[in-house]
Design a binder for this molecule. Structure first.
Ligand code: UD1
Ligand code: MG
Length: 450
């Protein structure tokens, strides 16, 4: 039986090495703030409570995690002090307390579940996730006893030469038995190299009280923390590889997976075929059997089954394409609903519009949605034929079955089944071209003779 769970996400650190006006944990990996990844992994464990610890002035972080509550750690006096800041928020809670860092976006909920299981299995006061980075450097070291259980965590700055040789490092992720947490933390002091209250000290304190502690190991790839833009890019690369693998495992074809960029929340149905260099921004949901050839860019869009997009199509927020819609090259759709079977195959802009079933939008059609001050809507009915290079000046409606002549500028509503022409009438002057050319040639010849 799993115990009730509370999760603390530590995010009060400044992240100075990011050299950014944005708090570190709001930098994005796969279009989701890093703290959002930590939260998602935590939520998958169905915790009873989740609390994020933030620094003063980090309202943007609080907004980003809402409705998850936050507590403010007034001064950054170390990870132990950060957990202490959440004492009030966890008042009366006696289950498992899982501590995560907001800048560690790659940890899976499966690994967190393993940690909790291990803590419960050996009834440890504290269980931690260890890792073996190529360069243990500044990481805390996990000191194991003869029986292989955890004796202490020593911070690199406080470690002896012998301890610094230990390759098993502290990832920072920790599961603590809630009934011991506060009494252990109360015993943590700050007489160490950094004069900080180290959360890691609770391991040694628990051992000195005869309580068990445990460690499990996970890959560095999963446990890496992000401290710089270079590490952010590394985390992005790892996450992209994972997302591609996940979609392929679920039945999506990527012709050149390494060139496709996904968001953490991208949804792709079975048998979608995604060509090279396709970018999925946030909030994209694609049905089954959709073809997305090379160089499409999608964000905030919903696409129905068996639609065909691009190459070079752009779907922007609010684009809703029903089943079997065809969107061709250099077609941009924004805040527009396209019903079943709509075709817009070349060079068009459909913004703030609705297009009815079976309607054909000719090449070069533009919905003129902006009058310089306000945006307006274009409503196009079913089975309409919009001739090439038409401008539909919104607000305007085109009724079912209507036809719009090529090159029209449509400023008035078009009733159902009507033909609308909005262009200058063609004038033909018989023989005029020949006469004009002859005259030109004669003038040229006369000039040469002189
Ligand atoms: C910590 C661990 C170390 C581990 C390493 C893994 C301690 C004492 N050390 O070291 O053993 O190997 O992480 O990356 O825990 N934070 C606060 N308030 C604070 C201080 C930190 O909220 O006062 C948050 C930070 O925002 C960050 C996390 O806690 O998310 C870790 O803090 P950081 O200063 O990076 O700890 P390290 O020195 O790297
Ligand atoms: Mg750190």
């Amino acid at each position: 039986m799993n115990k009730p769970l509370a999760v603390l996400i530590l995010a009060a650190g400044q992240g100075t090495r990011m050299k950014s006006a944005l708090p570190k944990v709001l930098h994005k990996v796969a279009n989701r703030p890093m703290i959002g990844h930590a939260l998602a992994a935590a939520q998958a464990l169905k915790p009873e409570r989740v609390v994020a610890v933030i620094g003063p002035g980090m309202e943007s972080v609080a907004d980003s995690v809402a409705p998850v509550p936050t507590v403010v750690q007034a001064l950054q006096r170390g990870t132990g002090d950060a957990v202490m800041a959440a004492r009030g928020a966890l008042n009366g809670f006696a289950g498992d307390v899982l501590v995560l860092y907001g800048d560690t976006p790659l940890t899976s909920s499966e690994t967190l579940a393993k940690l909790l299981a291990e803590r419960q299995r050996v009834d440890a006061a504290v269980a931690v996730i260890g890792m073996r980075p190529d360069e243990p450097g500044a990481y805390g070291r996990l000191v194991l006893g003869k029986d292989g259980t955890l004796d202490a965590i020593v911070e690199a700055k406080d470690a002896s030469d012998e301890q610094r040789k230990i390759t098993l490092c502290n990832s920072g992720v920790m599961a603590i038995d809630g009934k011991h947490l506060w009494s252990l933390l109360d015993a943590v002091g700050n007489s160490n190299a950094k004069h900080e209250y180290y959360l890691t000290d609770i391991v040694g304190i628990a051992r000195s009280r005869g309580l068990a502690c445990a460690a499990i190991e996970a890959s560095v790839e999963e446990m890496m923390g992000v401290n710089s833009r270079a590490e952010l890019a590394e985390a992005e690369a790892v996450m992209q590889r994972r997302l591609r693998a996940r979609h392929m495992a679920e039945g999506v074809t990527f012709t050149a997976p390494e060139t496709v960029f996904l968001s953490a929340d991208t949804e792709l149905g079975r048998d979608c075929v995604v060509g090279p260099f396709v970018v999925f921004g946030p909030e994209v949901s694609i049905g089954e059997g959709v073809e997305i050839p090379a160089f499409c860019h999608l964000a905030g869009a919903k696409v129905g089954d068996r639609a065909i997009l691009g190459p070079f199509a752009r779907l922007r927020p609010g684009a809703e394409l029903a089943e079997g819609v065809h969107i061709g090259n250099f077609v941009e759709v924004k805040n527009a609903k396209l019903a079943t079977g709509v075709k817009a195959n070349h060079l068009a802009y459909l913004g703030d519009a609705s297009v009815g079933e079976g309607t054909n939008i000719g090449a070069g059609t533009i919905t003129c949605n902006y009058d310089g001050v306000d945006k307006h809507r274009t409503e196009i009915g079913k089975d309409v034929f919009v001739g090439t290079n038409s401008s539909l000046v919104a607000p305007v409606t085109v009724g079912d079955g209507a036809m719009i002549a090529a090159g029209s500028v449509i400023t008035d509503n078009v009733p159902a089944d009507a033909l609308a022409l909005g262009r200058g009438r063609q004038v033909v002057k018989e023989g005029r071209a020949g006469a004009w050319k002859a005259q030109k040639r004669a003038a040229k010849a006369a000039k040469k003779k002189r």
